[in-house]
Design a protein around this ligand. Structure first.
Ligand code: ADP
Ligand code: MG
Length: 275
């Protein structure tokens, strides 16, 4: 039997007006991907970049709450483009705007692929220097759709300090490598505990997963964010930590992450312009 001819891969293009796309992902749920994605976008906006956020966690979209825009109703323009919400200098699109609260998404791959493409391309993002994509847990259809639909400048991987989290992170890293997405680095979240009363920090969990992953994969450790009750309440209140407590150790770590990401994007721009 004759082998099928290899099909040319369609050229991946950026959505109109978007200069760079950065994915935030990891294997596990609950490690702080959304928290990192929201604060990364807000910190990049604070540094003067036009920033957008795409909540690609269709199974548990919680970015609307984290940015305090749960009541946004996305309107459809005459040109068929969807209006994103805007809060704290960041434009946001989320499946959360289209669902009844508490209703689950039970979709197969092709439907998810269609939804991701629409969210990437049919939203009026305006001119964006960077679109941060908050991925769902795991290495499934959504991750694949996003990586196959648009060129990703890079991925930020989030892990908790315990080595048990490491095997999931390795899987996520292997997925990005396979999809030829550069890994910008890893963020270790919820390491040292910051006491809300005295603001002193102490070590609660065994830690070092971020560092060992960084060493093993030869990627930078982009930041260590303490376990800080203020991070959690900021997420619930819709005012991201970087804005609610800009002087906290967590906010400083998140701004450091944003600086590292911005530097990688500048390098990508220079490379693009150089040829
Ligand atoms: N550094 C932190 N300190 C305290 N709570 C945190 C921290 N990072 C995340 N959280 C909380 O942990 C929960 C899970 O975080 P989230 O960002 O939603 O994780 P994921 O997107 O990976 O599922 C949220 O309630 C969030 O506020
Ligand atoms: Mg999340």
């Amino acid at each position: 039997m004759q082998k099928p001819e290899p099909q040319p891969q369609p050229e991946k293009s950026l959505p109109e007006g978007v200069r760079h796309i950065v994915a935030v992902g990891a294997g596990k749920g609950g490690v702080g991907k959304s928290t990192v994605a929201v604060n990364l976008a807000v910190a990049l906006a604070g540094a003067g970049l036009q920033a957008g956020l795409l909540d690609a966690d269709v199974y548990g979209p919680n970015l609307p709450q984290m940015l305090g825009v749960q009541n946004h109703v996305p309107k459809l323009g005459d040109d068929g483009k969807i209006e994103p919400a805007e809060a704290h200098g960041v434009r946001l699109m989320s499946m959360g705007f289209l669902l009844e609260p508490d209703s689950p998404v039970i979709w197969r791959g092709p439907l998810l692929h269609g939804a991701m493409n629409q969210f990437l391309r049919d939203v009026r993002w305006g001119g964006l220097d960077v679109l941060v994509v908050d991925l769902p847990p795991g290495t499934g259809d959504v991750q694949l759709s996003v990586a196959q639909s648009v060129p990703l400048a890079g991925a930020v991987i989030v892990t908790t300090p315990q080595s048990i989290a490491l095997s999931d992170v390795m899987k996520a890293a292997a997925m990005f490598r396979k999809l030829e997405v550069p890994i910008f680095g890893v963020v270790e979240n919820m390491g040292d505990f910051v006491c809300p009363h005295c603001r002193k920090s102490s070590r609660v969990f065994a830690h070092g997963a971020g560092r060992s992953f960084a060493q093993k994969y030869g990627v930078p450790l982009l930041g260590e964010i303490p376990l800080d009750p203020a991070v959690c309440s900021a997420g619930e209140d819709g005012k991201p930590l970087c804005l609610a407590h800009p002087e906290s150790a967590s906010a400083k770590a998140l701004r450091g992450l944003a600086r590292a990401v911005a530097a990688r994007l500048d390098a990508a721009t220079a490379k693009r312009q150089g040829g």
